[in-house]
Design a binder for this molecule. Structure first.
Ligand SMILES: Cc1cc2nc3c(=O)[nH]c(=O)nc-3n(C[C@H](O)[C@H](O)[C@H](O)COP(=O)(O)OP(=O)(O)OC[C@H]3O[C@@H](n4cnc5c(N)ncnc54)[C@H](O)[C@@H]3O)c2cc1C
Length: 248
């Protein structure tokens, strides 16, 4: 199993903080390399300045990307709330033309995602498909579970048919097993991704069955927004938060 490190923090409004986060990511990548840890990083665009100035975000991401390229590390770009979707997807498509070691998350609850998936696959991009974690309006997202899962299945099939180096990021048993069935037909290059502390037995079972699994590991002091999203999804995640706070 590999790790995906995420320095907690989002909606950053100070330039200095975006530069500090960028510097931290450069250090993390150096450390991963020097300790020969097979892991990558996942960055949040608003932590790198997207709320302040899109060019600041692009500069910071470029710094991270070029360091990652020189170290042979992969970078995932998280997808955030809908005010940022278009900018994140467009920036990713531009970045993918220069770097092949970068992927972007896409949310199955968003009605626009099928177009985004196809545009990203057209440039050979890598997608991490997740359900979506933000509170959005019914005009732009599917709200019912069956609709979200249905769209997840649809986008996942497109990825298995056309994509490579993609990720199926869910803890949902049915969708995981559907991906396993699709992989036996398409033999695509993909991995499962799950959050730290959730469905740990399933992760090991998938590894034993021969699948690649990565665990998304958020760390750092700005844990509030991330933790609230997790608790809203699954009340029992409050125990995860308590465990993290106690163990540091
Ligand atoms: C690696 C990774 C990266 C992500 N990146 C992003 C991103 O960039 N942007 C974004 O908007 N969202 C992101 N997410 C979050 C994602 O969008 C969902 O909000 C989150 O994963 C919950 O959805 P789910 O697929 O687990 O389905 P859910 O419908 O929430 O859960 C499905 C089933 O999974 C099981 N399950 C879920 N949680 C638990 C638990 N705590 N304990 C036990 N069983 C559980 C239950 O059986 C549940 O019925 C990411 C998720 C992952 C795994």
């Amino acid at each position: 199993m590999r790790g995906i490190l995420n320095l907690l923090g989002e909606d950053t409004t100070s330039r200095e903080d975006t530069i500090a986060a960028t510097t931290k990511y450069l250090e993390i990548m150096e450390t991963l390399k020097s300790r020969q840890i097979e892991s990558c990083i996942s960055v949040k665009p608003t932590q790198l300045g997207l709320m302040i100035d899109p060019s600041l975000f692009r500069d910071n991401l470029n710094k991270i990307q070029s360091k990652a390229k020189s170290l042979g590390t992969f970078v995932w770009v998280d997808i955030e709330g809908s005010p940022f979707t278009a900018q994140i997807v467009d920036s990713y498509i531009e970045l993918r033309k220069r770097y092949d070691n970068v992927g972007v998350a896409i949310q199955a609850y968003l009605k626009r995602s099928e177009d985004d998936v196809n545009r990203i696959l057209d440039v050979g991009g890598a997608i991490r498909l997740c359900k979506g974690a933000y509170n959005e309006s019914p005009e732009i997202v599917y709200k019912r579970k069956d609709q979200i899962n249905g769209n997840f299945s649809k986008l996942m099939r497109i990825m298995f048919e056309r994509g490579r180096g993609f990720a199926v990021a869910t803890h949902d048993e049915k969708l995981i097993e559907e991906a396993a069935r699709l992989s036996s037909v398409h033999h695509a290059d993909f991995e499962f991704e799950m959050l730290m502390g959730i469905r740990d037995k399933k992760k090991l079972e998938l590894v034993e069955r021969g699948y690649r699994v990565s665990e998304y590991i958020p760390f750092g002091k700005s844990w509030w927004a991330y933790s609230m999203r997790r608790i809203r999804e699954h009340k029992s995640n409050i125990f995860l938060l308590a465990r993290s706070l106690i163990s540091g």
